[in-house]
Design a protein around this ligand. Structure first.
Ligand code: ADP
Ligand code: MG
Length: 320
C-alpha cells in the first residue's frame, strides 16, 4: 500500500458568526497517497476553502472542528505549536485563494520566496536562500531577473508562478492550490495548469487542487471529489467522474464546463438555477433536492450517504 500523506476522517468544521453557527464542512473523509492528486470541485460556498485551510489548521480562532486529520502520519489536531510550525510549509504548503492580489507590494518577488526558507531554517544562510530561490524561479518558469521585480511589475500569470515558487520553497510533500487559475485569462490558465502537471511529473509532490471548473481538474488530478453544502457528494477516478458522473449535481457541473476554461461558462458556474444553500439554513433531506431536476419525494426526508456508483466511484444520491 502507498504511504499516505493525508488521511481525513469525518472532518466537520463549524464557524461561529454573529448570526449563529455556520457548519461549512459536515463530515468529509478521504485519503491522499504520496504522489497522488485530488481535485476538489463545487460551486462557491460549498466549503472547499474551509476544508483546504483546515488541513494546515489555518482556520480563524474559535472555529469548531471534529473528526481526524493525519498529515504525514501525525495527528494534526494534537500537534504542539512547534509541531504545527514544522508541518506548515515543510510538510504541506498552500497557495491561498485570492493570494494573487495579496503579495506584499513593497517587497521583491525574490525576497518573498526567500522568506519561508529563512523563517523555517531550511537553508543555512541568506546566500543559500538566494541560490535556492533562483532554482525555484527556474522550476516555475520565471526568468531570474524577475527575482528583483515587485509584484506590480509582474503579470497575473507571473505572480501566480511566484506564489507557487513560495509554496515550494521549503520542499513540501503536499501542495494545496486553492483556485490558482480562476482569476487568470484562458491562455495563462492553461500555462499554470501545465506547470502544475509538470511539477507533479518531476517529483513525488502530492497535490490538492481546488476549482469550480470541473474540466480543469481532469488535467491535474487523478481523483476527484465533488463538494456540495459541506459534504463530498461524488468521488472517484477523475476521468470516470467527469465522463460518467452519476450524481445530478456532478452532471450539472460537468455539463457546465465541457471544455477547459470555457469563458462563457465562467459566468454561470453550474448551469443550474439558484445557489447552493447557506450552511446555517440547509433544506431537509438531500441538500441538493430543491435544485435537482430528478428529485423525488423521498429526497426531502433523508440525506443520502456515499454509496458505490461504478469502479472506484461513489455518490450520495438515492437514484444511484
Ligand atoms: P468555497 O471555497 O467552496 O467557496 P468556503 O469554504 O469559502 O467555500 O465557504 C463555505 C461557507 O462558509 C460559506 O457559506 C461561507 O460564507 C462560510 N464562511 C467562510 N469563512 C467564514 C468565516 N470566517 N466565518 C463564517 N462563515 C464563513
Ligand atoms: Mg473558496
Amino acid at each position: 500500500m502507498n504511504q499516505l500523506v493525508l488521511s481525513v476522517k469525518d472532518l466537520a468544521i463549524t464557524y461561529h458568526s454573529a448570526s449563529g453557527p455556520v457548519p461549512a464542512v459536515r463530515g468529509v473523509s478521504f485519503d491522499l497517497a504520496v504522489g497522488d492528486s485530488l481535485g476538489l470541485a463545487g460551486e462557491s460556498g460549498c466549503g472547499k476553502s474551509t476544508l483546504a485551510n483546515a488541513l494546515l489548521r489555518l482556520l480563524p480562532d474559535g472555529t469548531t472542528t471534529s473528526g481526524e486529520v493525519m498529515i504525514d502520519g501525525q495527528d494534526l489536531f494534537a500537534l504542539s505549536p512547534g509541531g504545527l510550525r514544522a508541518v506548515r510549509w515543510t510538510t504541506g504548503a498552500i497557495v491561498f485563494q485570492g493570494a494573487l492580489h495579496a503579495l506584499n507590494p513593497v517587497q521583491t518577488a525574490g525576497r518573498q520566496v526567500r522568506e519561508p526558507m529563512l523563517i523555517h531554517h531550511t537553508v543555512g544562510s541568506e546566500d543559500e536562500a538566494r541560490v535556492r530561490s533562483r532554482q525555484l524561479f527556474e522550476r516555475v518558469g520565471l526568468p531570474a531577473n524577475q527575482l528583483d521585480a515587485y509584484p506590480h511589475q509582474l503579470s497575473g500569470g507571473q505572480r501566480q508562478r511566484v506564489l507557487i515558487a513560495m509554496a515550494l520553497a521549503c520542499d513540501p510533500q503536499l501542495l494545496i492550490a486553492d483556485e490558482p487559475t480562476t482569476a487568470l485569462d484562458l491562455m495563462v490558465q492553461a500555462q499554470v495548469l501545465a506547470l502544475i502537471a509538470e511539477l507533479r511529473r518531476e517529483s513525488s509532490l502530492s497535490l490538492i487542487f481546488i476549482t469550480h471548473d470541473l474540466s480543469v481538474l481532469t488535467y491535474v488530478a487523478d481523483h476527484l471529489a465533488i463538494m456540495y453544502a459541506g459534504k463530498i457528494v461524488e468521488e472517484g477516478p477523475s476521468l470516470s467522474v467527469f465522463q460518467n458522473a452519476t450524481h445530478p449535481y456532478t452532471r450539472a457541473l460537468a455539463a457546465a464546463f465541457p471544455t477547459i476554461g470555457d469563458p462563457s461558462s465562467r459566468l454561470a458556474p453550474s448551469g443550474l438555477a439558484g445557489d447552493p444553500p447557506t450552511p446555517g439554513a440547509l433544506p431537509s433531506g438531500c441538500p441538493f433536492h430543491p435544485r435537482c431536476p430528478l428529485a423525488e419525494d423521498r429526497c426531502q426526508t433523508a440525506e443520502p450517504d456515499l454509496r458505490p456508483a461504478g469502479p472506484g466511484q461513489r455518490a450520495a444520491c438515492v437514484l444511484v
